[in-house]
Design a protein around this ligand. Sequence first.
Ligand SMILES: [Zn+2]
Length: 95
Amino acid sequence: MDKLENEKRLLEEMIKLYCKKKHGTEENLCPDCKELMEYAFYRLSKCPFGNNKKSCASCNIKCYDKEHKDRIKEVMKFSGWRIFFRHPIMTLRHF
Ligand SMILES: [Zn+2]
């Protein structure tokens, strides 16, 4: 699997977990989180480094606008370590 795909999956998992715990959603994301995920995917697809970029947390945050940056930070803070314990190998390659 390529890096971008992997990163998307990671983002998706983090946002899903965040939404489930914080907003009480089950299968589907609430509209706010859905919008955030779409924004994150869009930024990722526009990343100038593409598959050569080094790390997601430090890199892709920089091209977010202020509002989304704050929101994704919140998600990463909340879900980051939880995902880490669930998928140690997947995240180790990233962080
Ligand atoms: Zn939500």
